[in-house]
Structures are given as structure tokens and as C-alpha cells.
Design a protein around this ligand. Structure first.
Ligand SMILES: *Cc1c(COP(=O)(O)O)cnc(C)c1O
Length: 413
């Protein structure tokens, strides 16, 4: 137990109280605030360097074990999470009028979203905690990723989703054998019921805001981005924001690398939300604390009116001197099509929202044309085919005759 040589403690982001980082640690016992895992960077530096990374063969998020809060003897899960593709897209960069644009495609994960990074971590920590049941509530992807990662590791799951969750994600839950509770209500209602049930039955909690380890899993996307950029950071990294755990994790990853001397520059974050649901960006724009908002967007994964991790998200945006951009549903649909047609990358709405934000930020001169940017595609479009068809349209249907083909495509003559 407790064999984490790289971890010092779990620190409350609100009141600064410090606790021992045991696998079951949840929120601050003093003020109820969210905890953050604190590392011993000198120890990390003594164990691993940029040079060592090039020789590693572990092509998954566990490549960065020295940066992760897992016990020395914990086994790497079977399902391969992370080390997702990283593309430079000259074509999209030119279209958007920006110097360099890279795409980190996290839709290429076992259950097709970035959430797998957190769920893989949840499975390891649940094992360390000696739990046999894991539970969460989710707008969809945390749920499907927990279901998949838990199935591979032999855990039972209870998973709460709002009734509106897209069919693809619900199909994943059923296929992975989760006990699914589809709640007639908003994500807020769903979260509340799951919290009560978790409390009552003592299940291992995969709710990302409550469990500080999950963000540590999510941060591996930044460790990979930095390595895939050969440790030369871009000026900006764009990400879509719902609960705020992802952007918090993204920032933590870059800060860890900076503290350990792996990178010599931190990027500025571009926090992108939907116009119809942007409580975090609104708080930044208004220079005040956040307050609830309706969940009014097609981007279901970020339709979060009461963010569960606002403190870390707001800290991340402020500390990075970040940029906030809100995009309309139409702009999200356009970005889905743009990613598909220029990059061959198929994103779900929230997966394309970061890219929609980059486009808008350039148009509004919030970022300069000579900037270099990474945009993270957080989830795959096949999860929600109905919205994809809204974005891309339906094909021409013709009778099986050559004249009909010719009249449908006059340019073929
Ligand atoms: C969960 C999710 C996000 C946002 O992450 P938060 O931690 O809720 O801010 C973005 N995109 C996709 C596809 C997601 O599933």
C-alpha cells in the first residue's frame, strides 16, 4: 500500500489542506473542495529524462509511468489506451489561415473518446483500493469508457446516464455489460442520483470531479502531445470544455512536464464551449465566479450546465493566460465537416468543438495568424451518427442506370 515514490500528497485546490494520497481519497475533508495530486519532481527527474522516452516501447498512456499516481506493483490494464495519432494538417491550417495546426485524434481510443484515459486510471485505482464495483454518472463517454475498461479488467459497473445520451454511447454501455440506469432528467439530476447511490453502497467512484486520480489519467494526452511535438510546444492548445476535468488535466500535464524540465515553454489554452452552455467561459469573460446555465447544445458531451470541476478548469484557463471562445451549434457542425473533409478525421460534436473554436478565434483575431496550435479531437463521430448526418447531409440516391448516374454527376460526362 501507498508505494508511490513520485507522489507527495493530495492537496485541496480551494483551501490548500494536504492529505495522504490513498487510492480511496476523494474530496477535501476540511472544506469539500476538489483535490489535486502533488508530485516530487526531483524524484521524477532522477528517474527519467527526455532521452529515455525515445527508447520506450510502451505505446500507451502508461509510457509515462513516473508521472502517474499508481503504485509500483500495479499492473497496466489490458485495454490499450492512449498514444493516439497526432497529425499536422497543412490543408486545414491553410483553410483557417494559421501557421501550423496539429490534430490530436483521441477518438482513436478503445471506446472512442479521451475519457478512456480517465477510466483506465479508475480501473487501476479501484484495483488498488480493493473494490469490485465501479460507478459513475456521465453525459455518455465517461460511461461508455468506464464500461469498456471495467469489462476488460473484470469489474462490475453501475452507470447513470441522462435519457438524452446518444444511441451509439448507450449501445456501447449495453455491449460492455454495464448495469445501466437511464435517468429521466438532466445531467445535473443524473449526477445527483449517482452520488447518492455511490454513497449508499460504497462503490468505487469514477466521477471525475470527485476522484482526483482521473484527471491524472486525462493529463497523459498532454504528455503525448509534447512528445509527438518532439518536446517543442506550440503556442496554443485548444480543447472543448464541459465539466472542466479535461482542460484541467491538459494543463496539469503541461505543468508537470515543465516542472520536470521536459519542455521549456507552456502553451496558452483555448477553452471552447457551446454558446448554449458555457458557464466556465462566461465566468472568465465576466471576471467573476461561475453560475449555472441551461444545457442547450447538440454537443451532448459538453452540455454541462453545472460544471463539476470548475475550480481546476478556471485555474487552468487563468494560469495559462488562456483564450475563451464560444461557438454555435452550426459552427460545431461546420467544424465536424471541416475535420472530415480536410483531415479524414471523424469527430463527434464535442470532439470538433475545439476546432470550431480555433476557427472562430482566428476569425476574431483572438489569436495571431503566425501562431502554432494543437486542437484535440476528444471523441469519435460514429458515436452519434444522427448528428453526423445533420452535419454532412445525406447521399444522392438514384436508380441503378448509367443515365441516372450521369445526370446526378454531370462533371463525369
Ligand atoms: C467529456 C468530454 C469533453 C469535456 O470534458 P470535461 O472534463 O467534461 O470538460 C469533451 N469532449 C468529449 C468528446 C467528451 O466526452
Amino acid at each position: 500500500m501507498g508505494k508511490m515514490k513520485n507522489v507527495i500528497s493530495a492537496v485541496c485546490v480551494k483551501c490548500g489542506a494536504e492529505f495522504e494520497a490513498s487510492p480511496n481519497v476523494t474530496t477535501c475533508k476540511k472544506c469539500g473542495g476538489i483535490l489535486d495530486i502533488k508530485y516530487d519532481y526531483e524524484w521524477i527527474k532522477s528517474q527519467v529524462s527526455v532521452k529515455d522516452m525515445a527508447d520506450r516501447h510502451e505505446n500507451s498512456m502508461w509510457r509515462y509511468r513516473e508521472f502517474l499516481p499508481v503504485q509500483g506493483d500495479s499492473k497496466v490494464p489490458k485495454l490499450r489506451v492512449g498514444w493516439s495519432p497526432f497529425y499536422q494538417s497543412e490543408r486545414l491550417a491553410e483553410k483557417l489561415g494559421i501557421a501550423k495546426l496539429y490534430i490530436k485524434d483521441d477518438g482513436i481510443n478503445p471506446t472512442a473518446s479521451l475519457k478512456d484515459r480517465a477510466s483506465a486510471m479508475a480501473v487501476v485505482k479501484a484495483e488498488e483500493a480493493g473494490a469490485s464495483i465501479i460507478a459513475c454518472s456521465s453525459t455518455g463517454n465517461a460511461a461508455s469508457s468506464l464500461a469498456g475498461n471495467a469489462a476488460a479488467a473484470g469489474f462490475k459497473t453501475y452507470i447513470f446516464v441522462p435519457e438524452r445520451a446518444p444511441k451509439g454511447k448507450v449501445a456501447q454501455l449495453m455491449m460492455f455489460g454495464a448495469n445501466v440506469i437511464s435517468v429521466k432528467g438532466s445531467y445535473e439530476d443524473t449526477f445527483r442520483l449517482s452520488a447518492e447511490a455511490i454513497d449508499r453502497w460504497g462503490w468505487y467512484n469514477r466521477n471525475a470531479a470527485i476522484n482526483p486520480y482521473l484527471m491524472e489519467g486525462k493529463k497523459t494526452v498532454s504528455l503525448e502531445i509534447a512528445e509527438q511535438l518532439n518536446w517543442k510546444m506550440t503556442d496554443y492548445v485548444a480543447i472543448s470544455v464541459g465539466d472542466g476535468c479535461t482542460i484541467g488535466g491538459v494543463w496539469k500535464g503541461f505543468k508537470d512536464l515543465y516542472a520536470a524540465g521536459f519542455i521549456d515553454k507552456l502553451p496558452r489554452l483555448i477553452s471552447v464551449q457551446a454558446e448554449g452552455c458555457c458557464p466556465i467561459n462566461r465566468a472568465i469573460a465576466e471576471g467573476r465566479d461561475w453560475y449555472p446555465m441551461e444545457e442547450n447544445t447538440i454537443a451532448d458531451s459538453i452540455a454541462v450546465g453545472v460544471p463539476r470541476n470548475p475550480d481546476k478548469a478556471l485555474n487552468a484557463i487563468r494560469e495559462s493566460n488562456g483564450v475563451v471562445v464560444n461557438v454555435s451549434d452550426q459552427e460545431i457542425l461546420d467544424a465536424m465537416k471541416l475535420l472530415g473533409t480536410t483531415c479524414g478525421v471523424f469527430a463527434e460534436p464535442a470532439g470538433a468543438t475545439g476546432t470550431a473554436g480555433v476557427k472562430k478565434a482566428i476569425e476574431q483575431s483572438l489569436i495571431p495568424h503566425d501562431a502554432t496550435i494543437v486542437t484535440v479531437v476528444t471523441g469519435n463521430g460514429l458515436k452519434d451518427p444522427a448528428t453526423a448526418i445533420t452535419a454532412a447531409g445525406t447521399p444522392i440516391t438514384i436508380p441503378p442506370q448509367m443515365p441516372d448516374l450521369l445526370s446526378a454527376f454531370p462533371e463525369l460526362k
